[in-house]
Design a protein around this ligand. Structure first.
Ligand SMILES: C[S@@+](CC[C@H](N)C(=O)[O-])C[C@H]1O[C@@H](n2cnc3c(N)ncnc32)[C@H](O)[C@@H]1O
Length: 241
């Protein structure tokens, strides 16, 4: 069976809600680029999945809207709803390349955690984000680190008993899917070079304010020691110019 985000939605939801160290780390490094207090701020979470980031921004007081192309993912997010958050949450099925459910100039912030590497047309997604953001609004996104999470990256045991990441195919941009039945990326995703992301931001009318490659935190390094020496994610913060 060829998997899609909709067919693995329940599996992914269980993974994230089983207190996944990777997803907690991803959420925390993205939140570092947002204000602690988002009271009354309108935040669109693009590719919200089961809502891990949507709920986190709402916990900071935001009026949060999560959109995702997978109806099942949205159902799973809605099942948790706004429990325990200070702000509010609402979800819709929508395509991040279009954002047809989101009005022009209606949001102050856009978050996109591990989702822009899933959209087929990055320029279209950035155009849609630009349209829905207010003037000087901000996009913060994370993607799997394009260098170390390049297509079909694997691990090699070294002589000291540690592990080394084996990567290649960095220039082979485009759609790929992992053949590992336990990999998130079996749903398929789009590999893009770092320069492609930055170039698309600049070309799409964004001012890049920060690019970060955070080292795994204590919990992630303990959970997956082989990851301790490499950044799993790339974080970008860009302002609508
Ligand atoms: C790796 S998950 C990330 C979910 C969530 N942001 C998180 O941090 O757990 C990627 C998400 O992007 C969604 N997605 C894929 N293509 C999309 C598109 N064109 N528009 C909106 N969402 C999309 C998938 O359905 C999936 O929920």
């Amino acid at each position: 069976m060829t998997e899609s985000w909709d067919t693995i939605a329940d599996w992914y939801t269980d993974l994230v809600r089983a207190d996944s160290a990777m997803h907690e780390f991803n959420r925390e490094i993205l939140l570092e680029h947002l204000p602690e207090d988002l009271s009354g701020q309108r935040v669109l979470d693009l590719g919200c999945g089961e809502g891990i980031i949507t709920r986190a921004v709402a916990a900071r007081g935001a009026v949060a809207v999560g959109i995702d192309a997978s109806p099942r993912m949205v159902e799973n997010a809605e099942a948790v709803g706004a429990a325990g958050v200070r702000g509010s949450v609402r979800y819709s099925v929508d395509d991040g390349c279009v954002l047809g459910t989101v009005a022009t100039g209606s949001v102050d912030w856009v978050t996109a955690g591990l989702s822009l590497n899933n959209v087929p047309d990055l320029d279209a997604a950035l155009g849609a984000v630009r349209r829905v953001l207010v003037a000087r609004g901000v996009l913060v996104f994370t993607v799997p680190h394009p260098c170390f999470e390049a297509p079909h990256a694997s691990w090699l045991r070294d002589e000291g008993g540690g592990a080394r990441r084996v990567v290649g195919g960095y220039f082979a941009e485009g759609f790929w899917r992992s053949e590992d039945p336990g990999s998130v990326r079996r749903a398929g995703n789009h590999h893009r070079m770092i320069s492609t992301y930055v170039g698309a931001m600049v070309g799409g009318g964004f001012e890049v304010e920060a690019v970060a490659e955070p080292a795994p935190g204590v919990r992630l390094a303990a959970d997956q020691p082989r990851r301790a020496e490499l950044p799993p994610f790339l974080v970008v913060r860009a302002r609508r110019g």
